[in-house]
Design a protein around this ligand. Structure first.
Ligand code: HEM
Length: 401
């Protein structure tokens, strides 16, 4: 095989992208007989679902198997809650995780990115997931929480066990949830114990970091229980880590696949924010969000019975020709870009400003340090299970300074 053929081999995502485009042209809502769930595919219906938590609930707690160690994580995990519990926790956490806190992280994100890239400074080949996309978000979350630098390795280990192994892939694939939960329970126990200890320390010695701010937050005189803080930290680790890893890898893949887009960004780095939005539209890390109907409801010309499970398909909504001009092309200058990759409504991604900031800093440093970045052999690229997350897990690059 010639080097050109290796370079041009299809990515595993190309199939997915084709499937999403086809879905965006199908009926807005359809029933999937095999999985007995409803697929919601067009932008208008997806946004309507996400905007109406009273009809489309995020609470699946009665439907998923329980595991005692995981129960400890449910309490602060407000992505799976409906109002009023959701509102209470999100308001509490918003007092601590403010735009100022995120903006204050900027110098540290620059420094951590530089440190990580210094480590591959003398190499002309490296895996960008290993070197940057995977460690950066986890180190930023550890920094945010004020975890001692010496313990950061622990966060990386937990993340690797929880999201790096096949267990979690199987779990989210719903093929053998109980077995998967059992396999990762010891890690969950260790994390739970560590975070509780971290909270106790901050109660005795309040500092400036997010943990101390979470301990101070109150609504109507009531603060967060320790266990709720543990659940929130676990949510940060899940929602804030693998998604950002995915975004960084997806940006590198898209720039490799559309070199003219990368050239536009190199020529004018001011285009990077719009380019990142287009990467988010093009390859959403979570292509679908699950909801459960609380009553019979009409949607997209269909009648969904009460207690139906539905998947709001962000990826096909992002390709809806009624909402996006020329949705099948990757355009770094697209603006406005009303993609739904961060969700919509009350659960809109809490960490979107942080994810965008990390992506801007990391991609800018990559482009500044290396005059040429390519994926030399697409067959070496490995992907996570796309039923879990649209993300590369191995992405070897060739670079020139
Ligand atoms: C919620 C995507 C990064 C924290 C969500 C939701 C989506 C999403 C789609 C809505 C879920 C739903 O409606 O069911 C993403 C993507 C990211 C990203 C694509 C990166 C590219 C982050 C980061 C953090 C974070 C960096 C925190 C450090 C959260 C939290 C929620 C959330 C706490 C729950 C919000 C709520 O339920 O009110 N995210 N996320 N995310 N995200 Fe993100």
């Amino acid at each position: 095989m010639t080097s050109n053929e290796l370079k041009e081999a299809p990515f595993a995502f190309d199939d997915l992208v084709g499937r999403w485009s086809a879905l965006s042209e199908a009926a807005p809502v359809r029933h999937d007989e095999r999985q007995n769930l409803w697929q919601v595919l067009d932008h208008r219906s997806v946004a309507a679902v996400l905007a109406d938590p009273a009809t489309y609930s995020s609470d699946f707690s009665g439907l998923t198997p329980t595991q005692p160690d995981f129960e400890t994580f449910r309490q602060g995990n407000f992505v799976g809650m409906d109002p009023p519990e959701h509102r209470k926790l999100r308001t509490l956490v918003s007092q601590a995780f403010t735009p100022r806190v995120v903006a204050g992280l900027e110098p540290r994100i620059h420094a951590i990115t530089a440190e990580l890239l210094d480590a591959v400074e003398d190499r002309d080949r490296f895996d960008v997931v290993d070197a940057l996309a995977y460690p950066l978000p986890i180190l930023v979350i550890a920094e945010l929480l004020g975890v001692p630098a010496s313990d950061r390795g622990l966060f990386q280990e937990w993340a690797a066990t929880l999201f790096g192994g096949d267990e979690i892939g199987d779990a989210l694939d719903m093929s053998d949830v109980e077995r998967a939960l059992e396999a990762i329970a010891p890690t969950v126990r260790e994390m739970n114990g560590y975070i509780l200890e971290h909270i106790r320390h901050h109660r005795k010695h309040p500092g400036e970091g997010l943990t101390s701010k979470l301990l101070e937050a109150e609504v109507d005189g009531v603060g967060m229980a320790d266990q709720e803080i543990v659940g929130f930290v676990a949510l940060l680790l899940v929602a804030g880590h693998i998604t950002t890893t995915a975004l960084l890898g997806n940006a590198v893949l898209s720039f490799d696949q559309y070199p003219e887009a990368a050239a536009l960004v190199r020529a004018d780095p001011g285009r990077l924010p719009d380019a990142i939005e287009e990467v988010l539209r093009w390859l959403p890390p979570f292509p679908e969000l699950g909801r459960r109907t609380t009553r019979e409801v009409e949607l997209g010309g269909r009648t969904l019975p009460a207690d139906s499970i539905l998947m709001a398909n962000l990826a096909s909504a992002n390709r809806d020709p009624a909402r996006f001009a020329d949705p099948g092309t990757f355009q770094v200058r697209r603006n406005p870009n009303p993609h739904l990759t961060f969700g919509h409504g009350i659960h809109f991604c809490f960490g979107a400003p942080l994810a965008r900031l990390e992506a801007r800093i990391a991609l800018r440093q990559l482009l500044d340090r290396f005059s040429c970045i390519t994926v030399p052999n697409r067959r070496e690229v490995e992907f996570q299970n796309p039923a879990v997350i649209v993300s590369a897990r191995r992405l070897p690059l060739e670079v020139r300074r």
